[in-house]
Every structure is written in C-alpha cells, then in structure tokens.
Design a protein around this ligand. Structure first.
Ligand code: AMP
Length: 271
C-alpha cells in the first residue's frame, strides 16, 4: 500500500455501521494521532448468535457516509459478505478463559466471529493503530489476545465509552428502544454508577445484591448478568485487591439486548 510505504500512520476504526457519536469519537481520536484514518462498516454474520438480531441490525448507510464526511474520515472500507467470506471457512483460535464468560456465555462463539473478522480487516487495512471502544470491554481483551497470538504489528487504543447526557451508553441498538424502554434502559448505567460510587462503602456481595435489586425493580428489564470482575481475566472477584476491577452488565430491555460497563479501578492504560 503506497500509504504504508510513505510511512503514513494508519488509524483504523472497525464498525458495523449505524454510526453514532461513540463511533465518531473513535474516528476523531484516530485523526488526532494518525496521518490517515480508515473506517470500516461491515455487519459481520459470523459474530451473530441470533439470526433475528443480524436481520434487524440497522443499516442506514447514507447517513453513515454523511457522518464520516462530516468528521473528515479519509477512507471508508465497506466490503460485501462475499468479499470477506468467499468460501465457507472454519476459525478457531484459543482466546483463553475470558472468551467463555459474560458475553461469551450468553453468545457462544461470538468472539470467534469477532476475532475472525478483525483479523481479516487488519490484513486488508494494515493499520498501525486500531481503535476500539471500552463499551465492548470484553471485546478489547479478545482483540488483545488476537494481536498477541498472531504477533500482529498493530497497537490498540481503547476509547472511553461515550454516553448520552443522562448516562445511557450510546449504541447502534438504541434505535430499537421505544420511548418508554429508552427511559427504563437507564437502569443499566445507574446500577453501574451506583457500584462505582459506593465501591468503598459496601462489600462485593452487597454491591451485587443492590445492583440486582435496582434492575429487578425496573419493569421490562431482564437482567442477563451483572458482574464485578478482575479487569484482566474477567473472573468474578470476591475481594477488592485486583489491580484492575470492572463492573459489567447485560440486560434485555424489551426485545433489545444492551451491554455496558464501568472501570472501577485500573493500574495502567495501554496509552
Ligand atoms: P459496533 O459498530 O457496535 O461494532 O462498534 C464499533 C466500535 O465502536 C467498537 O469498538 C465499539 O466498542 C465502539 N463503540 C460503540 N459504541 C460506543 C460508545 N458508546 N462509546 C465508545 N465506543 C463505542
């Protein structure tokens, strides 16, 4: 690639489209620290465990292109499914124990699909720095593993979660929420912030119980998991001594499945 030869620093933001300010924040950060920025839009079928979820995934491509132009993204890579998967193929890499918990437990095989497509996208784009959101905390750990396994010459930048002013984490799936569900969905971030703000005051079992009660009391919200974990291994913690601690939640609000997390403490960041 001529850009590579010209020693241009390539920043890459992989997305599934239906862009919002969370995605745009990643692109703006990439523009800040790279010479050229590539965004990809690809709704990757191999990472969906629910065919209905794949089918109804929003695809507002004209508005996406407009938003990319507005923020001055240099390149949009928008391959077809056939281009990325010309023939059926198996992908199985060892991602460690953290693959099977939380999202991995509720969406078996999800991170195999994620790492499969990210490897293909990295091969196509050859980025120097790839930008991912903390919103998908477990995903960032899985991409770290992918990079480590294949010794890929890519640096990872984890961008903080961008939220609506009332605290709801921005997500492409939020468009599926009715006005009433949108209000009820606030309980996810409220429970996370409660745990973050009261971490010193209560024990871990007390925090888990209080968060679960908050969510149980919100009608129409079905909790899948609320966990306080070691931020490196994603194993639930009983004591507060881990260097990195994160609280993570997944819940269905009506028919829409949402995830969110907060970092309670962290020893170092990758940048
Ligand atoms: P997606 O299109 O949902 O696959 O997301 C593409 C990238 O944007 C992923 O790295 C996500 O973690 C990131 N992202 C999605 N929502 C947010 C958000 N609210 N704040 C920051 N990053 C986000």
């Amino acid at each position: 690639m001529p850009l590579k030869k010209a020693h241009q620093r390539i920043g890459f933001v992989p997305t599934m489209g239906a862009l919002h300010k969370g995605h745009l924040a990643l692109i703006l950060k990439a523009k800040e620290i790279c010479d050229v920025v590539v965004c990809s839009i690809f709704v990757n079928p191999t990472q969906f465990t629910d065919p209905k979820d794949l089918e109804k995934y929003p695809r507002p491509i004209q508005s996406d292109i407009q938003q990319l132009q507005n923020v001055g993204c240099d390149f949009l890579f928008m391959p077809s499914v056939l281009e990325m998967y010309p023939k059926p193929e198996k992908w199985q890499i060892a991602l460690g124990n953290a693959e099977k918990v939380l999202e991995g437990a509720f969406r078996p095989g999800h991170y195999q699909g994620v790492t499969q497509i990210v490897k293909k996208l990295f091969d196509a784009v050859t980025p120097d720095i790839a930008f991912f959101g903390q919103k998908d905390y477990q995903q960032v750990l899985m991409i770290e593993k992918l990079i480590e396994k294949f010794k890929l010459p890519v640096q990872l930048f984890r961008h903080p979660t961008i939220r609506e002013t009332d605290g709801l984490a921005m997500s492409s799936r939020n468009v599926h929420l009715s006005a009433d569900e949108r209000k009820r969905a606030l309980v996810l971030s409220k429970a996370l912030f409660f745990v973050q703000n009261h971490f010193e005051k209560y024990s871990i079992p007390q925090l888990l119980e209080k968060a679960a009660t908050m969510i149980r009391n919100e009608e129409g919200v079905e909790l899948e998991y609320f966990a306080i974990c070691n931020g490196k291994t994603l194993m639930p913690i009983a004591k507060k001594s881990a260097a990195t601690i994160v609280a993570l939640i997944a819940a269905k609000v009506g028919a829409t499945r949402l995830i969110d997390n907060v970092i309670i403490k962290e020893q170092t960041t990758s940048f």
